[in-house]
Design a protein around this ligand. Structure first.
Ligand code: SAM
Ligand code: DTB
Ligand code: SF4
Length: 328
């Protein structure tokens, strides 16, 4: 190993050779190192929970090959208008009562227009006033839009790079990796926390999955939140023909790599828990995952639901609450 696997300090100068070496570490050593990094910065027995609401579903002009909401694919998802403020507040109250710390509002846009952004800002302010952390994912932003969201009280902006820079062109043609990085920079400049991760199981190679995490770990600043989504299969989505669901040990290795390279980031085991057994999820928590989405639905696809999750977390003795990194 070209470096100390048990050095849990934050670094943004990770190399490809280092990432590959960490990923290939024998499983027991890898899990030990991930636990070491996790325990250096977090309570290992606590995770946080976020709740998702699709405030504007379907009809998206982008062509992301994995997504149920693109107009380019026939997936059976109906396009809706932007949801009203009251309905959003109702959903946020329910999410809070259900135990969520953060409420994430997602819209199927390439980016918001200024009129819609004003309405989303009202939603952000209203959700924030309920005592929830706020997150939004609305596509590309201008610098002014990022500033407006910040002024409205937005805590986090989710904008995923999705996969490795090399594989990106295989899943989307209507935008580039550079576009994604540009919005992420605007979000940072507006002093909004960054939630940025990706999807695995799109038919990419293992090297692309490592490349995805390396791209995140070498950003000027690590995202505060790193969602790792296992692709939720969507009939009619182009990636379906080549998609391969990852097996649990590969998922745990990826979570461990994220935990080791970005030791102070909250790593979310995001979409795809529907496909994972209790044991597979437990391995991912051991590997350093410390956030989940709560509820029966994500944006358009299924999630385990609160009853099932409560039973799992009780078995593992994991408490759901806001988690914060101790910066060592
Ligand atoms: N339209 C905005 C955008 O793409 O930035 C925001 C909403 S988009 C649905 C949010 C993220 O959800 C995507 O970046 C992608 O990583 C993830 N996602 C979309 N469809 C998915 C699926 N079927 N399975 C897993 N993750 C998915
Ligand atoms: C993220 O990384 N995962 C969430 C959230 N950010 C917006 C979305 C998951 C979507 C799963 C597919 C669907 O439900 O449509
Ligand atoms: Fe649109 Fe976002 Fe889906 Fe891409 S991932 S098609 S941008 S909603």
């Amino acid at each position: 190993m070209p470096f100390d696997l048990l050095d849990a300090r934050v670094r943004t100068d990770w190399t490809r050779a280092e990432a590959d070496a960490v990923f290939a570490t024998p499983f027991a050593d890898l899990m030990y190192a991930a636990q070491n990094a996790h325990r250096a910065h977090f309570d290992p027995n606590a995770i946080e929970a976020a709740s998702l609401l699709s405030i504007k579903t379907g009809g998206c002009p982008e062509d992301c090959g994995y997504c149920s909401q693109s107009v380019h694919h026939k997936t059976g998802v109906k396009a809706t208008k932007l949801m009203g403020l009251d309905q959003v507040v109702e959903a946020a109250k329910k999410a809070k009562a259900g135990g969520a710390q953060r409420f994430c509002m997602g819209a199927a846009w390439r980016g918001p227009n200024d009129r819609d952004l004003g309405r989303v800002c009202e939603m952000v302010a209203a959700v924030k006033s309920l005592g929830l952390e706020t997150c939004a994912t609305l596509g590309m932003l201008t610098a002014d839009q990022a500033d407006e969201l910040k002024a409205a009280g937005l805590d986090y902006y989710n904008h995923n790079v999705d996969t490795s820079p090399e594989y990106y062109g295989e899943i989307t043609q209507t935008r580039t990796y550079a576009d994604r990085l540009d919005t992420l920079e605007k979000v940072r400049n507006a002093d909004i926390k960054v939630c940025c991760g990706g999807i695995v199981g799109l038919g990419e190679e293992e090297s692309d999955r490592i490349g995805l995490l390396l791209a995140l770990a070498t950003l000027p600043k690590h995202p505060e939140s790193v969602p790792i989504n296992l692709w939720m299969e969507v009939d009619g989505a182009p990636v379906k023909s080549r998609a391969e669901r990852l097996e649990p040990i590969e998922m745990a290795r990826l979570v461990a790599l994220a935990r080791i390279m970005m030791p102070t980031s909250v790593v979310r085991l995001s979409a795809g828990r529907m496909y994972m057994s209790d044991e597979a999820q437990a391995l991912c928590f051991l590997a350093g995952a410390n956030s989940i989405f709560l509820g029966d639905v994500l944006l358009t696809t299924a999630n385990p639901g609160v009853t099932k999750d409560e039973a799992l977390l009780a078995k593992l003795g994991i408490e759901v609450r806001k988690v914060e990194a101790r910066i060592a």
